[in-house]
Design a protein around this ligand. Sequence first.
Ligand code: SF4
Length: 445
Amino acid sequence: MERRYLVRTFGCQMNEHDSERIAGMLAADGMRPAEGLDDAQVVVFNTCAIRENADDRLYGNLGHLKPLKERRPDLRIVVAGCLAQKDRGEIQRRAPWVDVVVGTHALPGLLDLLRRAEVEGPQMDVREYTEVFPSALPAARGEGWRAWVSIAVGCDNACTFCIVPLVRGPQRSRPIADVLAEVRDLAARGVVEVTLLGQNVNTYGRDLTDPASARRPRFAELLREVDRVEGLRRIRFTSPHPHDFTPDVIDAMAECERVCEHIHFPLQSGSDRILRAMRRSYRRERYLAWLERIRERIPGVAVSTDIIVGFPGETEEDFRDTLDVVERARFDAAYLFRYSPRPGTVAATLPDQVPPEVAQERFERLVALQEAITAERNREQIGREVEVLVEGVGRRGGRAQARTRTNRIVHLDRPLAPGTFARARVTGAGAHHLVGELVEVPVAV
Ligand code: SF4
């Protein structure tokens, strides 16, 4: 009988990328995607350690699988990703019906672990070093027109709220030639948009030496090389660290036609005191100066950000500093988070944790401010003609949902196939989307 797999992904784009690789390895082993739990012989949870209550969610999901495993002992349950790396033996202690725990560095060995589990029982590999870069593994991608491309894994920074350095290790960049080979292959197969992924993309190459020139490749060079790949129409990247957003990267963005006019520029806090406690290496005025330079050099660029509210020790004055930076920065979009301690991080051990009701009240004030700014920025788009790339069916029956180069969602007046480019005139704007009518016959890709 043909075996089937189900991969459930939690967390960030890096996990989505890794899930494509997990699916790719299982498919290369002769398996097919399952419709749901009932027809799956292998179930993989690719976990995230960053989100609030990630552990509760994982153990809740594993608890649901226990009766199924009792009825079908041949079902193989795999826990992968950051929580697998962080919790190690804890997972099989709390959920002994799990067959394989595979950490972030051990992913290439997944099929071996599954085979060994057949004869030897539960397996775990949470090694601390990467031998095979995950992008070198086969991928099973959900969409034929866009793809994630990992350019580096891990991070050399030590932001006190972040678990990434612990679960993904120090930065390890992928050689430029490997990245380009993957992008060229994707473009040849019809992919029109790639997103270059790394925990800190703009320090790409710091850990590499190019054998030909004996020097380190830089992120700006990589952007320029990817921009030359025939067939691609859009290039995105995430996430950069503001401190490493050097002028050569801004120049490359301004000059490379396919690189989209959108930057995710994580602020985290507008208070210098809190930035110091977070171990973020910039301060508010420098951040705003960098932003100004980016906007001058890349006209029309959209800027999004991440902000954490209620970091330990945050006073009302610190929070007002954040409101002040948000008012001055006029972000096009922002991902706002209430701080919650993540076990294993430095911040979880800091004194002066902010009471949840105080963090909630500040969070609501910040959301109200940012939503008003986002709505205003969106209204500025009304009347403009923009290139859109269709991503799927809109929520309002029959319409297409598309995205501008500046990463704004547009609800179109007609249905169109995903992966289609079109031109649209913006006729309306909401807090989180634009409304547009098609002005040019779309070209299918
Ligand atoms: S730069 Fe990003 S990934 Fe690295 S430690 Fe800071 S928040 Fe985490």
